[in-house]
Design a protein around this ligand. Structure first.
Ligand SMILES: Nc1nc2c(ncn2[C@@H]2O[C@H](COP(=O)(O)OP(=O)(O)OP(=O)(O)O)[C@@H](O)[C@H]2O)c(=O)[nH]1
Ligand SMILES: [Mg+2]
Ligand SMILES: [Zn+2]
Length: 343
């Protein structure tokens, strides 16, 4: 029997089968040993209606949020509370582009902006993202505005809602079906951020589409990508980058090739927050490059020659630490508790 993982809670997997029953399942030991990660959205093979015995091939997958087999990602941002952050939005979009997942932009909390401000901001949004090929929606979950267009755009698709905590992902779902009554919570008046109300991803069935509600998260980093690979994820920058004289040009000021950089020469044609996003993500890819280059040279240091044979040195981190170091670590831990209680 086959089915799809709808929800995961600690060690339990809730799998929807062809007959629409949702079965509570455990993972087969061998899959655990192979460290096979099963995520919401995965199609799986079942044994005895309560054990997942195999993972079926994925169409696509996202690491954060950890979901698979998605047709469309709806990136939810709020226009206010929390204030729209273009760099964060570009972060999501660049990630989705990297994963080759189509994205739709939903700007929520439209009701909070007074008319002239809304007009100015919405025009800016459209002028940046329409030329990049994104479909844009403005919604108010509070006043139930903009959801007919939303339903049209997601028809017959499995969509995932991505966005920072507090932008209104669960509220958007509630507006689409008030009977669901998902838990939502006020943005903290102190930090102006969401308070991570949704803790687990889960698939919700609607008449003509399916939604995966996910917890909000913010710490996506481009610490897995090489600088060169970033170019093509920014089509508005790549348009000029492909004309740069040197193939390893980073398109930033003070770079060795900046004299001949076609991107820098055309900066007035690239939207400012888009270029700022590029530079910010580039610094993360450079960190990653430094790390892999360093690890490459470090490899040797993990070997030592003993009695004419190569032996692997035990990594400092894996070596048993002394009793004093352990005591100090516990002390530090006690000092930390209470200071950092954010999720
Ligand atoms: N004024 C206004 N407030 C909204 C709107 N949509 C959501 N909110 C409020 O924003 C707060 C956060 O909404 P949630 O739906 O919990 O946000 P979320 O994105 O699901 O947050 P996490 O589950 O933490 O990731 C709640 O107080 C909502 O009532 C809207 O369109 N207008
Ligand atoms: Mg939520
Ligand atoms: Zn360049």
């Amino acid at each position: 029997m086959q089915g799809q993982v709808y929800k995961i809670h600690s060690d339990f997997y809730y799998v929807k089968c062809e007959n629409s029953d949702i079965l509570e399942c455990k993972l087969r030991e061998v899959l655990k040993k192979q460290k096979q990660k099963i995520v919401v959205g995965d199609f799986v093979e079942l044994e005895n209606s309560n054990v997942i015995s195999a993972l079926l091939p994925r169409k696509n997958e996202l690491i954060r949020p950890s979901v698979s087999n998605i047709d469309l990602a709806v990136v939810v941002s709020s226009l206010l509370e929390p204030k729209l952050d273009f760099i964060q939005l570009n972060r999501y979009l660049t990630f989705l582009k990297y994963h080759k997942i189509e994205a739709l932009l939903c700007f929520n909390k439209e009701d909070l902006l007074k008319n002239p401000d809304f007009k100015e901001l919405s025009q800016k949004i459209v002028s940046i993202y329409e030329p990049l090929g994104y479909k844009i929606l403005f919604t108010s979950a509070k006043e139930n505005q903009g959801f007919e267009e939303f339903k049209q755009a997601v028809k017959s698709k499995t969509i995932v809602l991505c966005g920072l905590s507090g932008v209104g992902k669960s509220s958007v779902i509630n507006a689409l079906d008030p009977n669901l009554n998902l838990k939502t919570k006020k943005v903290s008046s102190y930090t102006k951020r969401g308070v991570h109300t949704t803790r687990h991803s889960s698939i919700l069935d609607f008449d003509t589409f399916r939604i995966i509600d996910t917890p909000g998260f913010s710490n996506l980093k481009f610490d897995f990508l090489l600088p060169k690979d970033l170019d093509e994820l920014f089509s508005d920058i790549f348009e000029f980058a492909k004309e740069c004289k040197y193939s390893d040009c980073l398109h930033i000021k003070n770079d060795e090739h900046s004299e001949d950089c076609c991107v820098l020469k055309n900066l007035d044609k690239i939207e400012q927050t888009r270029y700022e996003s590029y530079v910010e993500f580039l610094s993360e890819t450079l960190e990653y490059k430094k790390k892999v280059t360093y690890q490459g040279t470090k490899e040797e240091e993990f070997k030592k020659v003993s009695h004419g044979k190569d032996k692997v040195k035990i990594n400092r981190i894996k070596r048993e630490s002394s009793r004093n170091t352990k005591k100090q670590k516990i002390k530090d831990l006690y000092n930390l508790v209470g200071e950092n209680d954010e999720y």
